[in-house]
Ligand binder design. Structure first.
Ligand SMILES: C[S@@+](CC[C@H](N)C(=O)[O-])C[C@H]1O[C@@H](n2cnc3c(N)ncnc32)[C@H](O)[C@@H]1O
Length: 258
């Protein structure tokens, strides 16, 4: 994980957003900016009345919104179909998932909307702040709230410590989507993938996380990979292919109570 990322500031473009901008500024130790444009190579968290966006040097009136509204909430042929590869990889018998590499939370959100209880863990402070803003944006949303109910919880810590804490609930499936070799394509859409790469770098300790996941998940570990990349670890039991990604399933057989 990178600790020295690109420059980052925060700004409110709405009178009522100053308090949130100050809150983010002190949580991350970043400056509140009054400048119109974002300097080249930097990012800015911008607070609007409609929610929070992430801006880069090319943003003018709007940047990347931090919310989950791009997910198609239709069942059947929409994103909420249980026939899609990610849902088949998790499996119907699972109830609780740990998304150990939550990032901007797209996969966690989707899995929670599909009906699983999801603990989303993100260790990078900036990414966690962006995730938290997206998470807050769904609170009380009349379309999303009834779909997701209270099934998504977010945690700002390393997944290794989350997994080893005996006070945390049992987990059926651990889901992993690590940042890997930057030269290869990412499993995420272009813009969020670029942002994560620049802010986080590579997750070069993923082998340790995989081993811990295999020790703790009651039924399986699911690893998301770009379609043409080799498995993270040799020998998945099976794989489910999407258009550009693949979900490799590793059975753990740690069932305690059947
Ligand atoms: C490729 S991104 C995940 C994207 C995510 N699936 C989504 O839908 O937005 C990987 C993320 O995992 C986080 N990460 C990697 N190892 C971690 C660990 N041991 N504990 C917590 N977060 C971790 C990184 O900081 C990064 O934000």
């Amino acid at each position: 994980m990178k600790t020295d990322g690109p420059g980052l500031t925060v700004q409110s473009r709405w009178e009522g957003g100053l308090e949130k901008a100050r809150e983010i500024s002190s949580a991350l130790g970043i400056r509140i900016s009054n400048e119109e444009r974002v300097p080249a190579g930097e990012y800015r968290i911008v607070v609007f009345e409609h929610g929070v966006e992430l801006w880069d040097e090319f943003s003018r009136k709007h940047g990347m919104p931090l919310n989950f509204r791009s997910v198609d909430l239709r069942t059947g042929t929409g994103s909420l179909s249980h026939k899609q590869p990610i849902a088949r990889a998790i499996g119907r018998s699972a109830r609780t998932i740990l998304d150990a590499t939550a990032g901007l939370g797209h996969d966690s959100f989707l899995l929670a909307c599909l009906g699983w209880r999801v603990h989303a863990v993100e260790r990078h402070p900036v990414i966690f702040t962006l995730l938290k803003e997206a998470f807050l944006s769904i609170d009380g949303d009349v379309q999303i709230s009834p779909v997701i109910e209270d099934r998504l919880q977010i945690h700002n810590q390393d997944a290794l410590s989350w997994l080893s804490d005996p006070d945390n609930p049992d987990i059926d499936v651990v889901y992993l989507d690590p940042m890997f070799d930057a030269k290869r394509s990412s499993a995420l859409p272009k813009k969020p993938a670029q942002i994560l790469r620049r802010l986080v770098g590579l997750d070069d300790d993923v082998d340790q996380l995989f081993r811990s996941a295999m020790n703790h998940a009651k039924s399986r570990v699911v690893v998301k990979r770009s379609d043409h990349d080799p498995p993270l670890v040799e020998g998945p039991s099976r794989s489910y292919k999407g258009k550009i990604v693949r979900y490799d399933v590793y059975e753990t057989r740690n069932m305690i109570d059947g």
